[in-house]
Design a protein around this ligand. Structure first.
Ligand SMILES: Nc1ncnc2c1ncn2[C@@H]1O[C@H](COP(=O)(O)OP(=O)(O)OP(=O)(O)O)[C@@H](O)[C@H]1O
Ligand SMILES: [Mg+2]
Length: 597
């Protein structure tokens, strides 16, 4: 993953990098283009010979001229297919490569990156910027080559027919590249705005669909509709502004042809009348003047496309060269989890003004069930995220089996840890695939059912049309909150991880199910461990003290600090926060202060 931008040629000369990476398709595309142009340029000469043959009433020469013309046109069609085919393959392969690199980088980066990068911007990079670069390296490059080939071929023929006509007709043409470049740049800017607005309109629609219950619950239909109409109107105006510039393209092109044509008529016809140049040459020359407008325009277009491609690539490069704050540089693996040790750990989120964790000291041993409790915002989730290296440690250390967590390979970490996060997220996939998320190969329906059984959801899934094969919409709209939560726990169960972390994952399940789940968590890990008796280590975050009552130890957190650690009974005497929570939850009367030594 980390070699996404290691090739220096890719960083400095992306065009060259890709030409060298796919030389065959690029070479075949260019060759086909060259042959197409060459043959195409000769066709007006075929017409010239035909007309001259007609004027000279020479029928043998006429038939030959027609045959040449037909032959040339057929070959042109064949080779035109060739360059479109090869170039198409070339630039789509490039786009695929870039998309994969970007996606690879996105999976490498940690939560702190996503916190500062708006999703829309990342989506735009993945779609608009990749596409702009693709257009530059494919159609842009092709246009430039096309222009150069044509100029190199047509100009000598024109000069051969008449040097005098050549300069008189072409004198008006060199300004075209500048006009075309300006038009192309304007159209690109407007088009990009149009695309971004379209993305916003789509995102808006998606949000309305996903949040329809909230919208209805707060009677926000009209407000949402008004906001949507405004966005939609903005998009329409952006489309119109693209059309305005687009409409100028053809007239500009045409005016250059008209100028060249008029000039030829003015200066050329007297020569034909005098008989110094044949009528056939005149017709052919007129064709060449018309054909010369394209290469000049093409230079303008291509240079603008290349500039945009470079700008887009530099944005892509910025992302690809973003260093992750949690690089996977470790070389150690953990076979059997023994301990997790947090030592003098202090942590602050980027841009935050206060520490989210202060001087945390905690050691968890294999087989323990640890409860974590504390008011909202106490730092429970932060502690779990730093302990599992979603965020880097800056002060203090996290050690697993005595090894600093930075030195442990990420795949090894994810092998023995299952972390069920506080936010429930289900993918748009089947129920079975969602449960089997941690497996590269589907482990089989039996394993999935065993996992769902332990979280008491098997029967409910069977009641859903489609059962385990039922497709979940975005964020699983067709399941209840508690069902979704249990599915995410089943994900951890099926993996038989040695360390299971549940961040407030039992908040939406009933007491009976909660008991069943905690019992299942406490049972030994039968499979996937060397000795069948390996006990699972469990970290349970909950606001409900009843859930944690049977934990071996409970950690009470408050304002980023560990206030106390102990069993339920010990904490009732030791911790003010715990006592208050306990009396509020009415579990038992508060214990008397000071009764514990
Ligand atoms: N990504 C973040 N960037 C900046 N500050 C954050 C971020 N996430 C959390 N915080 C802050 O860090 C503190 C601890 O948050 P944390 O999510 O760890 O609390 P918690 O104990 O898990 O709360 P809850 O019980 O509501 O889940 C809070 O003050 C919160 O505002
Ligand atoms: Mg939390």
């Amino acid at each position: 993953m980390s070699n996404l931008l290691q090739d220096t040629t890719l960083q400095t000369q992306p065009f060259r990098y890709y030409f060298k990476k796919h030389p065959r398709v690029f070479f075949l595309g260019s060759l086909s283009l060259f042959i197409t142009n060459f043959l195409d340029v000769l066709t007006p000469l075929g017409v010239k010979y035909a007309i001259d043959a007609v004027t000279a009433k020479d029928s043998t020469k006429l038939i030959l001229a027609i045959l040449i013309y037909v032959g040339l046109m057929t070959c042109v069609a064949l080779f035109r297919f060739g360059w479109r085919y090869f170039f198409g393959r070339f630039h789509h392969t490039v786009a695929e490569d870039l998309r994969n690199r970007i996606f690879g980088k996105l999976t490498e980066l940690g939560p702190s990156f996503y916190q500062r990068s708006p999703v829309g911007q990342l989506m735009s990079l993945m779609t608009n910027d990749v596409n702009t670069f693709r257009m530059a390296i494919g159609p842009g490059m092709l246009t430039l080559l096309d222009a150069l080939f044509l100029l190199g071929m047509i100009l000598p023929i024109m000069i051969w027919i008449s040097w005098d006509w050549t300069w008189k007709t072409l004198i008006f043409i060199p300004f075209i590249p500048f006009i075309m470049k300006k038009l192309e740049a304007a159209i690109h800017t407007r088009y990009r705005k149009e695309q971004d607005l379209l993305a916003e309109v789509s995102a808006n629609t998606q949000e309305i669909v996903a949040g329809v219950r909230v919208i209805k619950g707060f009677a926000q239909e009209q407000n949402q509709l008004d906001a949507f109409n405004r966005k939609s109107r903005e998009y329409e105006l952006a489309c119109n502004s693209v059309v305005q510039v687009d409409a100028l393209f053809h007239p500009s092109f045409q005016s250059a042809i008209i100028l060249g044509g008029v000039s030829l008529l003015w200066f050329g016809t007297p020569d034909v009348m005098k008989g110094t140049v044949t009528l056939g040459s005149f017709v052919a020359f007129h064709d060449y003047v018309r054909r010369m407008v394209w290469p000049f325009s093409a230079i303008g277009l291509a240079s603008s496309m290349m500039e945009q491609g470079r700008a887009s690539f530099s944005r892509i490069k910025d992302l690809l060269s973003t260093e992750t704050d949690i690089p996977d540089l470790g070389d150690q693996t953990i076979e059997k989890f023994e301990s997790l040790e947090l030592k003098n750990l202090t942590f602050r989120y980027n841009g935050a003004i206060e520490d989210a964790l202060t001087d945390i000291n905690l050691t968890i041993h294999a087989g323990e069930t640890i409860g974590i409790v504390g008011p909202v915002g106490a730092g429970k989730t932060t502690l779990l995220q730093v302990a599992t290296r979603m965020y880097p440690t800056s002060q203090g250390s996290v050690r697993i089996n005595g090894v600093n967590i930075d030195r442990i390979r990420r795949d090894s970490l994810s092998h023995f840890i299952s972390y069920v996060t506080q936010d429930v997220f289900l993918f748009s996939d089947t129920i079975a695939e969602n449960v089997a998320l941690g497996f590269s190969d589907f482990p089989g329906l039996e394993a999935v059912e065993e996992a769902t059984n332990t979280v008491n959801i098997d029967q409910e899934i069977r009641g859903i049309p489609g059962s385990y094969g039922a497709y979940l919409g975005e964020r699983g709209v067709n399941l209840s909150g508690g069902q979704k939560q249990r599915l995410t726990i089943a994900r951890a169960m099926i993996r038989r991880s040695q360390l299971v972390i549940l961040d407030d994952s039992l908040s939406a399940v009933d007491g009976r199910t909660e008991k069943a789940i905690t019992r299942a968590l406490k049972s030994n890990l039968a499979a996937n461990s060397e000795d069948g008796s390996t006990k699972r280590t469990v970290i349970l975050v909950s606001h409900r003290l009843a859930t944690l009552k049977h934990a071996d130890r409970i950690v009470v957190m408050n304002r980023g600090r560990i206030e106390a650690i102990g069993t339920h009974e010990e904490l009732l005497t030791m911790s003010q926060t715990y006592r208050e929570m306990n009396s509020m939850q009415n579990m038992a009367p508060p214990a008397q202060t000071g009764s514990h030594a």
